[in-house]
Ligand binder design. Structure first.
Ligand code: KG4
Ligand code: ZN
Length: 338
């Protein structure tokens, strides 16, 4: 098989994004229509509004992505689209558009799991892919998952019991009236703070119960931060630095626990929160310490985008594994949906 190009469509949350990616993981174009300025007004994503904007922008984004890539529909080998997990109305728009294009253009269709897409974002513009088995950490607004990947087999080693990491950042920022989305704001603010000024707990009350388990929990820290905020005057940069440090420490502990149980070749960290400076530093330190090859997406590919969707479909395409036209969408992760 020579070089080929896939079109990737992402619409699982509030970003409409379409990209053209070549079989060697080179990104020819990404066109993203961000709705952040709209949802910012409400302090979070309003699903109904998100779906309506996807409907308006998905086809213009396809046209723009093809144009920027210097390609036409005839150059596209297949269409990849996110079908779960995500907001149902949002997913339906991207999936319906992809199905329509597949029929109209007579191209194969590949349904993509959003978590796999985030993992594949770390392979964009990289020459090599990691050898198996590798450990991947997906930290985003909707997920905090440690996943072991060995060939086609994916094993979820642990997930969050309550909030996702990005959700914790967003909720704290909302509570402290810092703006939306919270992650980038807190990341920036924390740089000017002194984390040692505030003492925050590690986990829930039942700390010891979960000491040997790969589970994440961020609601305890959230409550502790809330208590400081409720008390009045706070040194906000320092409180945010303490919060961010604690989140990262918690994640680090569980990554180390997974690494102590099995030998991996590489560590992949992806998802919106992988843009966080402290998370990136932690990933670098751990990889060095454990002799793992590190795969971190470039900052521009950390947030939801169409390029990672196309990247995640490469293996299916080369193996001729296509999705039939009747595949469904789903709000949560299911082991197999197509
Ligand atoms: O992956 P993503 O675009 O959407 C989901 O699939 O959820 O992730 C969005 C999340 C938001 O919660 C946002 O606050 C967080 O990623 N985020 C960050 C940073 N940049 C984005 N969190 C911490 N530090 C950052 N620099
Ligand atoms: Zn995402």
């Amino acid at each position: 098989m020579g070089e080929y190009y896939l079109l990737g469509i992402e619409s699982s949350c509030d970003d409409t994004s379409v990209a053209v990616v070549s079989s060697d993981f080179h990104v020819l174009s990404v066109k993203t229509v961000s709705q952040t300025s709209i949802h910012k007004l409400f302090g979070g994503v309003i699903p109904e509004i998100a779906s309506r904007n996807h409907l308006a922008w998905v086809i213009p984004a396809v046209d723009a992505a093809l144009k920027e890539a210097g390609k036409t529909k005839d150059d596209i080998a297949a269409i990849a689209v996110t079908n779960y997990p995500g907001l149902i109305g949002s997913l339906l728009i991207g999936v319906s558009a992809a199905k329509g294009l597949a029929v109209g253009w007579k191209k194969p269709l590949i349904a993509v799991n959003h978590l796999n897409a985030h993992i594949a974002s770390a392979f964009l513009e990289r020459e090599k892919r990691p050898e198996f088995p590798y450990l991947s950490l997906v930290v985003s607004g909707g997920h905090t998952s440690l996943i072991e990947i060995s060939g086609d087999e994916r094993t979820v080693l642990g997930e969050t019991m309550d909030d996702a990491a990005g959700e914790a950042f967003d909720k704290i920022a909302k509570m402290a009236d810092l703006g939306y989305p919270g992650g980038p704001i807190i990341d920036k603010m924390a740089k000017g703070g002194d984390a040692s000024k505030y003492k925050l707990p590690y986990l829930l009350k039942n700390n010891n119960k979960y000491a040997d388990e790969i589970v994440f929990s961020f609601s305890g820290i959230k409550s502790a931060v809330k208590r400081f905020l409720d008390e009045g005057e706070v040194d906000m940069p320092s409180l945010m630095a303490a919060f961010q440090d604690r989140i990262v420490e918690l994640i680090e502990r569980k990554v180390k626990l997974a690494l102590s149980r099995k030998k991996y070749t590489a560590f992949v960290v992806a998802g919106g929160v992988s843009a966080n400076s402290a998370v990136r530093k932690m990933a670098e330190n751990i990889s060095k310490k454990y002799g793992l090859e590190l795969y971190l997406p470039e900052l521009k590919y950390c947030q939801d985008n169409g390029a990672m969707v196309a990247a995640a479909a490469m293996d299916d395409f080369s193996a001729g594994r296509f999705s039939s036209l009747d595949f469904d969408v789903a709000p949560t992760v299911r082991p197999k949906i197509h």
